[in-house]
Write a protein that binds this ligand. Structure first.
Ligand SMILES: Cc1ncc(COP(=O)(O)O)c(C=O)c1O
Ligand SMILES: Nc1ccccc1C(=O)C[C@H](N)C(=O)O
Length: 423
């Protein structure tokens, strides 16, 4: 537990003591028309650009210009194995073994490809559990998977809901769902950190609960990767996917991560959709070979990947490698705790933080619920150069990210919020 104090002096002192403070300068911080830095709290939506990204992308553009197709082999970072340069760093970030992780496609695409393998419904066991407030893309993915297999989505989706009048999920309720309907449930697909509330769920418990009833367990880690330490391998979940454009600062629409637990790595009987990039690297270019799927997560790849996007990911992952999730998480807990402290001190009954109070049940996002759902608060924040995002029906989401946000950012944000709430 940290103890916090009021006043700008305190915030500035914390920034001085912060061993990660120097990293802010390694990002482009968007500015207003007078050249003043925005207070950017939307790393949970689109992370900021590392200054090194351009150099990494430029390297590949140069090699393409210089080498054409030979760049696949002769580029400084050869394109043929380029995805391998990302694997170890990405595995570290999510707490996985390298064989369990690959960077490919985009998040929803990966969820579908994973469901091709891990959602194998039978007439009796076909239902899918999601959070009642799952991100829409996940719901649509699950809905259309059910329909693809000939089931009725309304009947096939089982919602894990918060109690009436509450916003957070209780793990006991998931247990109850599985006790009551486990024989009909084939898959649990859960957002590890909920996009709306910021609640970080106990992945290991979820895996145990699902597995006890022979269900597969998948996790959407969009809001978790680079934010919390999900320890995917130890959690025992079967699969996971996440995007890299939020906390992983890899650029709009950039490629996604995919995790398949080691226990499935060598199972060649798993159904899948394949492409030439799923096939054994040693014989891939021999052509006309029968499909020989690679073991591990790499075997879920289909296509040769977009190198320019991967270069942006490499730029960011090299920074994560240098700093490490332990240090980031340590700062993150402190910074978010400070944010929460200042908001609570406002003592304003129009707003309420719905994100869990326990640092172990959240990352850096705080979701502030606004009474009477007035989006004007969000607009007023923007007018004051404070970038947060609004999620219907009534939440302002703010993330103080440890890589580039400061205690001063947080202090100024809450001062402004106080002023706005007065008017
Ligand atoms: C939890 C969650 N799932 C899915 C998505 C959709 O991801 P994509 O558009 O990269 O497929 C997002 C964000 O866009 C998200 O936050
Ligand atoms: N890709 C985007 C493009 C435009 C606006 C938002 C997004 C997001 O990623 C939103 C994010 N997934 C969310 O948690 O709301």
């Amino acid at each position: 537990m940290h103890t916090y104090k009021h006043g700008l002096e305190y915030a500035l002192q914390q920034d001085k003591n912060d061993t990660l403070a120097k990293y802010r300068d390694q990002f482009y911080i968007p500015k207003d028309k007078n050249g003043k830095d925005w207070l950017y709290f939307t790393g949970n939506s689109l992370g900021l650009q590392p200054k090194s990204t351009q150099t990494y992308i430029q390297q590949e553009l140069n090699d393409w210009a210089k080498l054409g197709v030979e760049g696949h082999f002769e580029a400084k970072n050869p394109w043929l194995p380029y995805h391998e340069f990302l694997t170890e760093s990405m595995a570290k970030i999510v707490g996985a073994k390298p064989i369990e992780v690959v960077v490919m496609n985009t998040l929803t695409t990966n969820l579908h490809l994973l469901m091709v393998s891990f959602y194998q419904p039978t007439k009796k066991k076909y239902k899918i559990v999601i959070e009642s407030d799952a991100f829409p893309s996940d719901r649509y993915a699950v809905q259309t998977q059910l329909e693809f297999h000939g089931f009725n989505a309304e009947d096939g989706i089982v919602e894990w809901k918060p109690h009436e009048g509450e916003e957070l999920l209780n793990i006991e309720d998931l247990e109850t769902i599985l006790e009551q309907q486990g024989d009909e449930i084939a898959l649990l697909l859960i957002g590890g950190v909920n996009y709306y509330s910021g609640q970080y769920l106990d992945l290991k418990r979820i895996a145990e609960i699902g597995h006890a009833k022979n269900c597969m367990v998948g996790i959407d880690l969009a809001h978790g990767a680079g934010n919390i330490k999900p320890e995917l391998h130890n959690s025992g979940v079967d699969f996971a996917a996440w995007c890299t454009y939020k906390y992983l600062n890899s650029g709009p629409g950039s490629l996604a991560g995919l995790f398949v637990h080691e226990k499935h790595a060598y199972n060649k009987n798993l159904k899948r959709f394949a492409g030439w990039w799923s096939h054994n690297k040693d014989t891939r270019f021999n052509m006309r070979q029968p499909l020989d799927v690679m073991p591990g997560a790499e075997g879920w790849q289909l296509s040769n990947p977009p190198i320019l996007s991967m270069a942006a990911i490499k730029a960011s992952l090299d920074m994560f490698n240098e700093v490490g999730m332990d240090a980031l998480r340590e700062k993150s807990e402190k910074l978010t705790g400070y944010f929460e402290f200042l908001i609570n001190e406002l003592n304003n009954n129009k707003i309420k933080i719905i994100t869990p109070k326990n640092p172990e049940e959240r990352g850096c996002q705080l979701s502030i619920q606004v009474q009477n759902a007035d989006k004007s608060l969000h607009h007023k924040l923007i007018e004051a150069n404070i970038i947060t995002d609004w999620r219907e029906p009534d939440v302002v989401r703010c993330a103080a990210t440890p890589f580039y946000n400061t205690f001063e950012d947080v202090f100024k944000m809450v001062e402004k919020l106080k002023e706005i709430l007065k008017t």
